[in-house]
Design a protein around this ligand. Structure first.
Ligand code: MG
Length: 380
């Protein structure tokens, strides 16, 4: 029986993690749940999964929840509550499913307790990959990816030697705008960008998929997770989202991990690795999929992906600047304040205006994130 702390239990990864827990009640127990504001869903989750602890980041919402849940579950609040939940340590696995930069600090608390980290929060590695992977080695904490692409690569690497890896090949669906030209990209609407062909996800990551920033973040994430330079990390567009990613070895052999696009699989793999659980989900029927296609990504059209590769050359706090500017830009796009094609403009301007620091510590990263957001908010 494994005890689980889920950071971000009402988002799509959090909900799917609870689906896995529900399917294997003899394997997992929920120790703690955290949310930003969605206490209606959290209340149901508390009643069903009976965690000993819940955290609501919004203090007013926390107060309201305390009126509804009067016993059996301690309710903490705010940023401090989130850190406290991670620090208590009465769990085996921390599922890091918060959206954005907020996932970093509590994840570090889990690492310092040598816990297994099932990581779905990309930004943790994008903004602080060097620091986080160093801490994992220092505290002997296992970092198992939940993102489908990284889970695929992780699975392909089991039993292989690091020095025999030629390159990693991340697949990308290409999102809803794969077949639109740059001209048509100028006037896309929010609802068109939110209409992802294969995956049901939260709005931030769905917009990132449409701009291919999501793949850019994943390339940076892969670099830290698997310890390879950017020259050894390729992206290939694969619209069917059946091949979740691949690894090419020095002898020319390529291993791929395939399956239907369903996050429950990488989640349960991260929870149970090195074991595999017998699946209760539908299996992949390749005959009904029929065709798998692959093509080069268009870096002129998907500028965010190009920017992510450039940022890896700069190193230091450049990925942090890119990430913060992107979060602000995506927020503005969702509110209808900027055009879709202005997202990369905001990132570019931020990268050229905010100073890049080499080998940043956590305080420098926080300061850089704060400065960039303030700067990006005032653009456009
Ligand atoms: Mg992914």
């Amino acid at each position: 029986m494994k005890n689980i702390l889920i950071l971000g239990s009402t988002g799509s990864i959090g909900v799917n993690t609870l689906n896995v827990v529900r399917a294997y009640p003899d394997r997992f127990k929920v120790e703690g749940l955290t949310v930003n504001t969605n206490i209606d869903l959290l209340e149901q989750q508390i009643k069903e999964f009976r965690p000993s602890l819940a955290v609501v980041r919004d203090t007013l919402a926390a107060k309201e929840l305390r009126k509804r849940i009067t016993s059996g579950c301690e309710i903490l609040q705010g940023e401090e509550g989130l850190l406290e939940a991670a620090r208590r340590g009465n769990y085996d696995i921390l599922v890091g499913a918060l959206v954005g930069f907020a996932g970093l600090a509590p994840t570090i608390e889990g690492i310092k307790l040598s816990k297994r980290i099932a990581l779905a929060n990309k930004e943790t590695l994008v903004v602080a990959g060097e620091l986080v992977t160093r801490l994992c080695r220092e505290y002997n904490s296992e970092l198992i990816p939940v993102d489908s692409e990284h889970s695929a690569i992780f699975q392909c690497l089991v039993g292989e030697k690091h020095e025999e890896v030629e390159k990693l090949i991340l697949t990308a669906s290409g999102g809803p705008f794969l077949n639109r030209n740059s001209e048509a990209l100028k006037n896309v609407t929010v609802s068109e960008a939110l209409n992802h062909p294969n995956w049901k996800m939260g709005s931030k990551v769905t917009i990132d998929s449409a701009s291919m920033m999501n793949k850019g973040l994943e390339v940076i994430e892969a670099r830290w997770l698997f310890g390879l330079p950017k020259e050894k990390i390729d992206v290939v567009v694969h619209p069917q989202s059946i091949v979740h990613s691949m690894v090419e070895f020095v002898d020319g052999s390529i291993k791929a991990q395939m399956g239907l696009p369903d996050m429950k699989l990488p989640i349960q793999y991260a929870l149970c690795y090195p074991e595999r659980l017998v699946s209760k989900n539908r299996k992949t029927n390749l005959a009904s999929v029929k065709t798998l296609t692959f093509q080069e990504p268009d870096l002129r059209k998907f500028e965010c992906l190009r920017l992510a590769y450039e940022v890896m050359d700069c190193g230091g706090t450049a990925p942090c600047i890119m990430n913060a500017a992107n979060e602000i830009a995506v927020g503005k796009f969702l509110e209808g304040k900027i055009k879709f094609i202005e997202i990369p403009r905001i990132i570019e301007k931020s990268l050229s205006s905010i100073e890049n620091h080499r080998s940043p510590d956590i305080d420098v990263i926080y300061e850089c994130d704060r400065k960039t957001r303030q700067y990006a908010r005032n653009l456009f």
